[in-house]
Design a protein around this ligand. Sequence first.
Ligand code: GLN
Length: 542
Amino acid sequence: MTRTIFITGGVVSSLGKGLASAALGALLQARGYSVRLCKLDPYLNVDPGTMSPFQHGEVYVTDDGAETDLDLGHYERFTGVAARGSDNTTTGKIYTHVLQKERRGDYLGATIQVIPHITNEIKDFIREKDGSADFVLCEIGGTVGDIESLPFLEAIRQFGNEVGDDRALFLHVTLLPYIPAAGELKTKPTQHSVKELMSAGIRPRILLCRADRDIAEEERRKIALFCNIDQNKVIPALDVKSIYEVPLTYHREGLDTQVLECFGIKGAREPDLSVWENIVRRVKAPEGDVRIAVVGKYTDLTDSYKSLNEALIHGGIANNVRVELEFIEAEIFEGEDPTPHLEGVHGILVPGGFGQRGAEGKIKAVRYAREHKIPYFGICFGMQMAVIEAARNLCGLAGANSTEFGDCKDPVIGIMTEWVKGNRVEQRAENTDKGGTMRLGAYPAALKKGSRVAEIYGSPSISERHRHRYEVDIRYKDRLEEEGLLFSGLSPDGNLPEIVEIPAHPWFVGVQFHPELKSKPFDPHPLFVSFIEAAVKQGRLV
Ligand code: GLN
């Protein structure tokens, strides 16, 4: 029997609902249950693929090629369960389905309305998960009280009513703000938020209260009384230094115990949390530090590089070091010499990106890393910039560039109009719709025997997740290889370059895919482990 836990948020956004859901998933898993996590997003976009990282943070890509909310990254990092496209939906997607059905004539005769047509579609999304795990954790994006969330609240209310309390549970994440003048944490916003939820017909049975300091017994009692909740189920969720402490602290506060109690589950085994204890021990007591410069564009909002930041931390955990990240806005290198910014760093990374702004600065960063023999990791756009740099400065092709920025003399990076996915050929034109039309999701690559990456992966073939429109043009392969840039990973048909490396450099690797999406704290991605290991070595030199 599948039990569904709905996670809503109140008072303010950015409470870490995604993290709370992921951590609860990890706790239930540690007790031997299977879990599946999914997210309902109230915004109107069909998916976050076309949103700026400034608006919405990173776009998380699944193996099956969906562009999804970054919370799915948390789910996968905490539970190890590979996220699927069907784990995330939005108002835009729900309406698109309903309107397609309306046009097809599926509802002939009916007036299409939010209730029941939209709410039914939302319930179908939830029901479709039934049977796929012991627990389905379903997070509702946004904040209770938003107009946009109403159909979602109505749908989960109906769902809860249909399956009953022993199969559905509502967990509400709220905030207790500290008011310095009063010298106390305030419970009123939480009371109001619960009231708002109740007016939608939803009675939360667990409250997860975010606060920046201890929540006194008296405050918990008050919340319990006013919100009609058992006091043991008013659970403090205090700020912690590392997100990987969250499962341990929630367990200490009784979250998983209370969840099981709500469902009337007795005799569940105590969770085995040794994996998390190990991770936290390493995060808290590193044996050294490395400094990595991330030369990118969306550096003001670190959420835009969520998975990347985590994957670098995982590489640090594997090497017992703390990874200090220095985000550098690439554009500043266009007017300035990068030396003062980059000398002394132990590794340079150029992450994924779109558009011309900052590209020349990134190319300068690549050149600095190559010439000064500093470990370099180029991811997607970062690989493309490395190829342009090599074409210009090693092969003497001064006009080398990407057609993403317009026509150029040597288009070493160009748009891909056709490629093979499984046993089908996918096609694109320059003017195709922007949403969902990149090379997306998992693709295999064959690694060159004896190359650095073959050794790192310990396997001749790999599968990694992609999200890009442009590719390195294979016709420049021989020319670039003559100058020392080895094409060490290719698509199985040999047409699409997947990895380049410089064997004569201490560590210089560019990958067309996004390895950060698959890294987990308990299973760090080999490329990040190896990159940080190279940075540690570099640290001994500087
Ligand atoms: N803008 C580049 C492309 O579309 C790189 C994309 C990325 O880094 N994800 O190919």
